[in-house]
Design a protein around this ligand. Structure first.
Ligand SMILES: Nc1ncnc2c1ncn2[C@@H]1O[C@H](COP(=O)(O)OP(=O)(O)OP(=O)(O)O)[C@@H](O)[C@H]1O
Length: 355
């Protein structure tokens, strides 16, 4: 458990955070530019000397102002990975990695195993200055892990990467988390990245925490408030691949079939995949759609209708899965939709997105 109850004054910016984070989880940190996300990570790492209050990691105090306890940054079991890799350009790739390992006195992480897990063996012989952005980030992550931290602080590590590398890096972080059981705090401006990687998330605004909870629930709350584009996060079971048609069949609660283009799936059958669907990509039918090319059709109940200028925002549910749907006011009125009505939502396979 990571207990944070701190206040940190940075010239004219104040960061005040009080929360308890599950150290077995990967936790996302989301918020606008200047909200205080990086400052929070730096305070946890011990870099902001004005931090007052208490930080406990698995009951060990890193900061306890009331008892005059202040563990210096180098003695906190923390590694950070930043937006840019920050490798030592004058050292070889192996020297960069060994440097981190040497700083860790009782290293239990096996160098070759980590190199294998992270798929960086082919990179070791390369000149460090010729690595791509994605390759550099993988080395930076390996270096951070070799320092054997209990907590890994990830400050927008994906922001300079292309979509393919981002997907790969997220998969790698999940794998690392599973194998080495390192707690992770992950900052991103991209909801899709947080959705893919994290179990829980917090939102920071003006130095204060406004939301904290299970990632899908917080995304739902932000959509409801209109803070992000309205979308629904789904956690689906991969049922089977239909390679002849280029699609994958997924299950929502073991019975409702959904389909998405296979190229999104890098995982195996019977594992789960997180996806989202934008409210504007969903349409409504009052009768069961029979002759339609739309592959995803779900029977739902309308729970809420909010009429806006020329649009209507609906919240509907299938069992305990809620969906946001945006349709035109014209459609709402011509279909005579009402609360508690049973209808069908429908969307294309391509509307179901991973990243
Ligand atoms: N060392 C410092 N001294 C004074 N002010 C600081 C210091 N570090 C950060 N700040 C201020 O704290 C505020 C929050 O900055 P921070 O970098 O934590 O935001 P952020 O949410 O990470 O933003 P971004 O998403 O743009 O990286 C900003 O107004 C910044 O100017």
């Amino acid at each position: 458990m990571l207990t944070i109850d701190i206040s940190c004054q940075l010239t004219d910016f104040n960061l005040t955070i009080n929360t308890i984070i599950n150290s077995n989880a990967i936790t996302g940190i989301y918020g606008r530019s200047g909200a205080g996300k990086t400052s929070l990570l730096r305070a946890i790492a011990g870099f902001h000397q004005t931090t007052k209050g208490c930080i406990l990691f698995d009951d060990k105090p890193w900061l306890q102002s009331s008892g005059n306890i202040l563990i210096s940054p180098e003695n906190r079991p923390v590694s950070m990975v930043f937006q840019e890799a920050r490798l030592f350009p004058h050292l070889s790739i192996s020297q960069n990695l060994r440097y981190a390992q040497k700083r860790c006195k009782n290293s239990k992480i096996h160098y070759s195993n980590l190199v294998e897990t992270m798929g960086i063996k082919p990179l070791l012989a390369k000149d460090i200055n010729t690595l791509s952005g994605g390759e550099k980030q993988r080395i930076a992550l390996a270096r951070a892990i070799l320092a054997e931290p209990k907590l890994l602080l990830l400050d927008e590590p994906l922001s300079a990467l292309d979509t393919g590398s981002r997907k790969q890096f997220i998969g790698l972080l999940r794998e690392i988390h599973k194998i080495y059981k390192i707690s992770m705090l992950f900052i991103s401006h991209q909801i899709a990245e947080i959705e893919q990687l994290t179990d829980e998330m917090m939102v920071i605004e003006h130095g204060k925490m406004t939301h904290f909870g299970k990632t899908a629930d917080v995304i739902y709350a932000l959509s409801d408030l209109g803070d992000i584009k309205e979308q629904t996060s789904l956690d689906l079971l991969i049922n089977k691949s239909l390679p002849d048609f280029g699609i994958t069949e997924l299950l929502l609660f073991n019975d409702q079939k959904l389909y998405l283009p296979s190229h999104y799936i890098a995982e195996h059958q019977k594992t789960r995949v997180r996806c989202n669907v934008m409210s504007t990509d969903i349409s409504i039918s009052v009768t069961p759609p029979s002759s339609t090319s739309l592959m995803n059709v779900i029977p739902v109940v309308i729970n809420k209708i909010v009429k806006l200028h020329n649009k209507a925002k609906l919240q509907v549910s299938y069992q305990h899965q809620r969906f946001f749907v945006t349709i035109s006011l014209y459609s709402l009125l011509s279909l005579e939709l009402d609360i508690q009505q049973q209808v069908y939502i429908q969307f294309k396979a391509s509307a179901l997105k991973t990243i």
